[in-house]
Ligand binder design. Structure first.
Ligand code: ADQ
Length: 510
């Protein structure tokens, strides 16, 4: 791997921007401890920045965050090796309510997931969304130089690219959109559709999970702006700037899940779980989700209820374990949590017998090293999203299936359905069809199960998170190189110039 020489002047520096931070400082008694939030994305971006150096700009949401930064709001991370800088953005309580819980979570999130009856728009949401985006952009500009590369994440920060483009035109700016992008018939519901799209067109590159979302985005641009759109090359020229669109399906660290799942600790843990929940005589299904209405936990539980009604011979022979972690404890999530819990109780009341529960509900965040034990021991995993950018649980399940005999039931409305041949695809709106598919998974011959799972594991292994990262960095390097004067580019064609694809050494192309 190439040695990296971080450039303290900001020239050529990588700056990542996201709402969530990779390290939180927490108070524990009189001490301050550091917490690493769970999530594939933070750990993948963290790995890159550890190698390249640079800066991560994010909202300082930990209770001891303020006392842990210097006068520029920066702290060196990871705490044990100081490889890059975390720069924190401070948001007032009103901004957190209106920008984050308001505009991001009650307007853009439901809109992009086409759950229009959940869209709740207030003018204050938008005012604070613009203020917060301005604060993030200011923080980036304090750190950047003209040749820096900025990588923005997700729907919280749509206005940042345009602000940066106007104030520092030489930046290379990319955005990864983690959630779906709906078609124009849906997106025009957004009162600020035009501002959001104009904001995003400040980017040089917008990455989507699947090609359909890039196409939907182009249709939205066509619907609200007078821009030049080339559907063939997926480029948009607007206000003197060109933006490329491309699909980069996100993935997981497949090797890590596979090796965790193969460990003796996992074997021990599987035994412990079977004992604790009395699962020794039953087939097991698993669901792992944030408590999130788009993941359609209620539809899934209704299908399980119907499955036990229509296939009574499976009572006392199948238990479904739902692990659910609450992440946004505001309405409508509080009511959703209650509805999920009531449904679990109703199914259990209806069917449970002495010593057997149809549904085991675990309302907690489970550490990854324990999660793999649930994944490995489960005869099936169920993902029922009504819409999903990708869905990493599908890939985590396949990577952890080291015995290779589990079945993946996957919503055809999740981005993951496009790249996972071998899954049983389900329409979560079709309850009978859903319950039949659970039956099919339980009745599937071993040979078919193994073939399907082997194919799934191969696809996840061959398209893991390092490939995702490499593809994006490669695209960025190409964009950067096009921006440099032709003379510079010529001398790079000998393949010796260190400037060409300067990211390539940091993330191996698997
Ligand atoms: P999410 O919707 O949050 O993010 P998803 O792909 O569903 O992401 O993955 C959830 C992650 O949280 C997984 O890594 C899973 O293991 C973990 N998790 C869930 N419940 C957990 C629990 N109870 N305990 C511990 N860990 C738990 C968005 C988009 C997705 C897209 C991702 C990445 O909505 O479509 O796949 O970003 O781009």
């Amino acid at each position: 791997m190439t040695d990296f020489k971080p450039d303290g002047e900001g020239q050529g520096k990588l700056i990542v921007v996201s709402n969530r931070e990779p390290y939180l400082h927490k108070r524990s008694g009189s001490d301050v401890s550091v917490e690493i939030p769970a999530g594939g994305l933070t750990s993948a971006m963290n790995d890159v920045l550890r190698k390249t150096g640079g800066t991560w700009v994010a909202w300082g949401s930990g209770e001891a965050d303020r006392e842990s930064v210097d006068s520029n709001d920066c702290v060196a991370v990871p705490p044990d090796m100081s490889a890059y800088t975390l720069k924190r953005v401070w948001l007032s309580d009103d901004e957190v309510e209106n920008y984050y819980h308001g505009y991001a979570n009650q307007v853009l999130w439901p809109l992009c997931h086409i759950t229009l009856d959940r869209v709740n728009y207030r003018q204050n949401f938008w005012l604070d969304y613009t203020k917060a985006n301005e604060a993030f952009a200011r923080a980036v500009l304090e750190e950047a130089g003209e040749g820096s590369t900025v990588w923005v994440h997700d729907y919280h920060l749509c206005l940042v690219p345009r602000i940066l483009r106007e104030r520092m035109p030489g930046l290379t700016i990319a955005h990864f959109w983690h959630i779906p992008w709906p078609d124009w018939g849906v997106f025009k519901v957004c009162p600020q559709a035009r501002d959001i799209i104009e904001g995003l067109l400040g980017n040089d590159l917008i990455g989507f999970q699947i090609p359909l979302f890039a196409k939907n985005f182009m249709d939205c641009v066509k619907g609200c702006l007078d821009a030049e759109i080339d559907y063939q090359s997926a480029t948009i020229s607007y206000a003197g700037h060109t933006t490329r669109l491309k699909a980069f399906p996100i993935s997981i660290d497949a090797g890590k899940f596979s090796s965790l799942a193969s460990s003796s600790r996992t074997a021990w843990m599987m035994e412990a779980i079977r004992l604790r929940h009395r699962l020794d005589k039953v087939k097991v299904g698993i669901g792992v989700d944030r408590l999130e209405y788009t993941k359609a936990l209620i539809k899934r539980l209704q299908a399980i209820n119907l499955f036990f009604e229509r296939y009574p011979e499976f009572r006392e022979k199948f238990t479904f374990i739902q692990i659910a972690v609450a992440t946004r404890m505001r309405e409508p999530y509080i009511s959703y949590k209650k509805a999920v819990e009531e449904l679990v109780s109703a199914v259990n009341e209806r069917y449970s017998t002495d010593g057997w529960l149809p549904v085991v509900y675990l309302d907690e965040k489970v550490e990854q090293r324990d999660l793999v034990a649930y994944y490995r021991m489960a005869d099936m995993a169920i993902i029922s999203s009504v819409y999903d950018g990708m869905n990493l649980v599908a890939k985590e399940y396949a990577a952890s299936q080291v015995d290779g005999s589990g079945v993946l039931i996957l919503s055809e409305l999740a981005g993951a359905a496009e790249g996972l041949e071998g899954a049983l695809l389900v329409n979560p709106y079709d309850s009978e069809g859903f319950s039949d598919l659970i039956h099919k998974a339980l009745m599937m011959p071993d040979k078919e199960k193994k073939e399907r799972m082997s194919s799934l594991r191969e696809q996840v292994r061959d398209n893991d998170i390092s490939l995702w990262m490499s593809r994006i960095l490669h695209e960025l390097a190409e964009i950067e190189s096009m921006k440099r004067p032709a003379d510079d580019r010529l001398c790079e064609s000998d393949g010796k110039s260190p400037g060409y694809n300067r990211w390539e050494g940091y993330v191996p192309l698997s």
